[in-house]
Design a protein. Structure first.
Length: 410
């Protein structure tokens, strides 16, 4: 698992300005009975209909009655009738910012439609609930927004539910502007995502998806794939997505993607990473070994960066970190150290990583030190981490394995 991306992505968590103890950020008991009754409504969608998108080789069925409303410029927009007052609206994108940024943007766009539909101005907007889950092997983000339009006696309340998932070459976002029907909405969304994953090849020898909880609230995920190429090297794809509440109305968003190549011995060959924060490209970097030195080129907050790392020796890849964990757990040694590069932590330097075995701890058998950040994880003999925890001051971060398939070491 690419620990650097998980741990260092917590720079956003410093924005967290309030405490919550559950997935729901608003206490349902504080609302009137009519609201609770509306939220408790649900139904089971039993009918299905076909969708076909040639660009993604999609030719499958989804729950509900799907109708293609618009297609063009890398966007496909469907309405799906599930027998409720409002249809589920689903989008597929070939170009996108990522699960977190795109979900937030579509939700904000949908709220402007709420104003037009009700002929009233948006007068209130609150983060109601958020979650992280998985559709088979594909992680998704969930964000529900409670809103009001109008003022005084003409005020109207509603709930906008949103879900997003990134598949191999596209992004799916579904919205439902209606209170309740949570189970039906999730079921339709999952069937929509599966229509895309059914057409995807699976060349990887290992893939995993982790849920990330910050102060016990599910706020993001990390996913990774390892593919052996024709030359025997390992291609590594890692993606992270976070939606972190700043306050009761605002959300900080971050999507990162890393693609790198590793030698079979676990040493880094080259790689690239980029991060989009709040719909703006925050950073983009490439690293490669040129003329006996590690060269890093890219941009940070719109400013060019071009440096030669002071560290001249080999760097470990994400694949190599699995090899190190396996070697440690299956040897008589109790610790190991190596250097890794991750742009999230510091694009201009290599970071020393120390892995140590932990005894008599049911919650973890390995401790990972990354400078001031320390995480304890529970790993099996294959190096697959099932859970992990990091605590620093008032911040507590947990990672939990949602899905894995294959063996992370060849």
């Amino acid at each position: 698992m690419k620990l650097g991306s998980i741990v260092t992505s917590l720079s956003l968590s410093s924005l967290l300005a309030f405490n919550a103890s559950a997935v729901e950020l608003v206490n349902l008991n504080d609302f009137p009975d009519w609201f609770k009754e509306a939220m408790a409504r649900d139904s089971k969608v039993t009918n299905s209909s076909p969708i076909e998108i040639e660009e993604f080789q999609v030719n499958s069925s989804v729950l509900g009655q799907a109708t293609l409303q618009e297609a063009g410029e890398g966007t496909w927009y469907y309405t799906i009738d599930i027998g409720t007052d409002a249809p589920v609206e689903c989008y597929a994108f070939s170009e996108f910012d990522g699960p977190a940024n795109s979900l937030y943007s579509i939700a904000e766009y949908s709220l402007t439609g709420v104003e037009a539909l009700n002929e009233k101005t948006l007068s209130g907007q609150f983060n109601y609930a958020m979650d992280v889950g998985v559709v088979d092997a594909t992680p998704y983000l969930s964000l529900d927004t409670l809103y009001t339009v109008g003022e005084n006696d003409e005020k109207v309340s509603g709930l906008l539910k949103g879900l997003s998932a990134e598949t191999d070459n596209s992004l799916q976002v579904c919205i439902h502007n209606e209170m309740g029907y949570q189970g039906a909405f999730v079921a339709v969304f999952k069937s929509f995502v599966r229509a895309f994953t059914a057409a995807q090849p699976t060349p990887e020898f290992y893939r995993s998806t982790y849920q990330v909880l910050i102060n016990d609230i599910p706020m993001g995920f990390t996913r990774e794939k390892y593919i052996k190429d024709s030359e025997g090297d390992v291609q590594i794809e890692v993606g992270t997505a976070f939606m972190i509440p700043v306050d009761e109305t605002s959300i900080a968003r971050s999507d990162s993607v890393s693609i790198s190549w590793s030698s079979p011995d676990g040493s880094l060959i080259n790689g690239s990473e980029y991060t989009i924060e709040n719909s703006t490209m925050a950073s983009s970097f490439d690293i490669s070994y040129v003329e006996d030195a590690w060269q890093v080129k890219g941009e940070l907050q719109g400013k060019p960066v071009e440096v030669e790392l002071a560290h001249k020796d080999w760097l470990i890849s994400s694949y190599g970190s699995y090899l190190e964990s396996v070697n440690l757990l299956n040897s008589e040694s109790d610790s190991g150290a190596f250097y890794m590069w991750t742009a999230d932590a510091d694009p201009t330097a290599a970071i020393e990583i120390v892995i140590s075995e932990v005894a008599d701890n049911p919650n973890g058998n390995l401790k990972i030190d990354m400078g001031p950040l320390v995480m304890t994880v529970l790993s099996d003999k294959k190096g697959i981490i099932s859970k992990g925890i990091m605590q620093q001051g008032g911040l507590k971060m947990d990672i939990e394995l949602m899905h894995s398939n294959g063996n992370p070491t060849l």
